[in-house]
Design a protein. Structure first.
Length: 433
């Protein structure tokens, strides 16, 4: 296979690390419709903090002409013309759900339409976005055919290689995570596998079909969701028994085959979303999934649950609930990363407000502008902004910077400290999940 020219469509948490990895070996055009995002990347800054300024600068070129003169590197653009000469298109756009938990493939459709405008004979389109089995060939390929006038598996080809990015994880980077690959013909599957194998040091696994690769991805996070739902249910039961769940899990984990998951809020762009894709497809086929949706319902109930538990602690301490001031610490969907997508901390905030509590939210990792846009919450990002008279503090995200936080400096007596993540010692808080 001749040296490919790669276009990565979508430069978010998945697309940018992938584009940078490929740019170390091939010429790559990173395409995104967000002009602000592209401008930041052209200035060697990644607001997601997945790629360092230094690494970005080492592969970045300031113009398409400069990139065309070399054999490897990255140029980020919003100009469709700049991706017209690519031979491989890799689509890495989000696949969210709507307010009814139905898959929203709009970004995938639009990305496919974009690619169809520049698709040529011999080109390969690879999808990385999480979908239900069949989506690539049943939903995306017809859009590519219609927009390009080309015939699938005769004029152009497709593949699917599910993303396995873990936001905020600097150890398990894209090159160090084994990659599942697939293609629309045996020959194309081999080409795609070799392409990824050339940059993935952890190796690849070539699935037997695109549908198998799609299914493998969607069950990865569904499995985790179900396992977390189990320990969340245990936490609810053990709370009624006045037993510390984390101590139970620590004891149980001494058995060699016990799988240790911890209770908490389940959000983000993967675990809290992907099971709905599989469940929706199953329902279309006439099967009503029991375990998958039960796990989702249980995990989605945890925000209101922990808020109610903290209110109970306040009542026990004779702290008036209505009008009291609460500090919620953390709004990102996981620790030590700025990603706020599908954060279930918002469920905690809304439940606390329903009791008449005055809620303030503090997170030094998140963007105040993004939080305001996404959740209509005024975020505090610096300790100097915090008050000194909170009646309760809820630790919702286990950012490392919170480990040594001086809770007494921001609270009045009496106060309640509730530790959702079990970050603190068991006797350091008034309650934990």
């Amino acid at each position: 296979m001749k040296t490919p020219k790669i276009a990565v469509i979508g430069l978010g948490y998945v697309g940018l690390p992938l584009a940078v990895a490929f740019a170390k070996k091939y010429p790559v055009i990173g395409f995104d419709i967000n002009k602000n995002r592209v401008a930041q990347l052209q200035n060697n800054f990644d607001m997601t903090l997945e790629i360092s300024d230094e690494l970005l600068a080492s592969v970045n070129y300031s113009s398409i002409d400069e990139l065309n003169k070399v054999k490897k590197g990255l140029y980020c653009s919003t100009d469709l013309e700049h991706i017209s000469n690519a031979t491989i298109y890799i689509v890495t756009v989000p696949t969210p759900v709507d307010k009814h938990h139905k898959p929203d493939l709009t970004p995938l459709y639009k990305a496919s339409e974009t690619v169809s405008k520049v698709l040529k004979k011999g080109d390969i389109v690879i999808y990385e976005s999480t979908v239900y089995p069949g989506a690539t060939e049943d939903e995306c390929v017809p859009i590519l055919e219609k927009g390009s006038g080309l015939r699938f598996n005769m004029d152009f080809y497709a593949g699917y290689s599910p993303e396995r990015i873990n936001p905020g994880d600097k150890k398990h980077t894209v090159e160090k995570i084994l990659k599942v690959t697939s293609g629309s013909t045996p020959e194309i599957a081999e080409q795609i596998d070799q392409l990824y194998k050339s940059i993935i040091t952890a190796g690849t696994f070539k699935a037997s079909s695109i549908k198998v690769a799609e299914a493998a991805k969607v069950i990865e996070n569904s499995q985790r969701d179900i396992n977390i739902a189990f320990v969340n249910e245990l936490a609810k039961i053990f709370n009624l028994m006045d037993i510390d769940t984390h101590q139970v899990l620590e004891a149980a984990a001494t058995k060699w085959n016990f799988i240790k998951f911890t209770p908490g809020l389940v959000g983000g762009h993967c675990i809290g979303v992907d099971p709905y894709y599989l469940a929706d497809k199953a329902q279309q086929l006439g099967y009503n999934p029991q375990i998958i949706l039960s796990g989702r319902r249980l995990n989605d109930s945890m925000g209101p649950f922990v808020a109610q538990e903290m209110v109970k602690k306040m009542i026990t301490k004779d702290i008036p609930v209505k009008g009291s001031k609460v500090l919620v610490m953390g709004i990102t969907f996981k620790e030590d990363c700025p990603d706020i997508r599908n954060s279930r901390v918002i469920d905690v905030i809304n439940e606390l407000k329903s009791f008449g509590l005055a809620v303030e939210v503090f997170d030094p990792w998140a963007s105040a502008e993004e939080v305001k846009h996404e959740y209509e919450v005024d975020l505090l990002t610096d300790e100097s902004q915090l008050a000194t008279d909170y009646n309760a503090v809820m630790l919702t995200v286990a950012h490392k910077v919170f480990a040594d936080f001086d809770f007494k400096a921001v609270t009045s007596k009496p106060f309640v400290l509730y530790d959702v993540k079990g970050m603190l010692a068991v006797d350091a808080s008034d309650g934990r999940l």
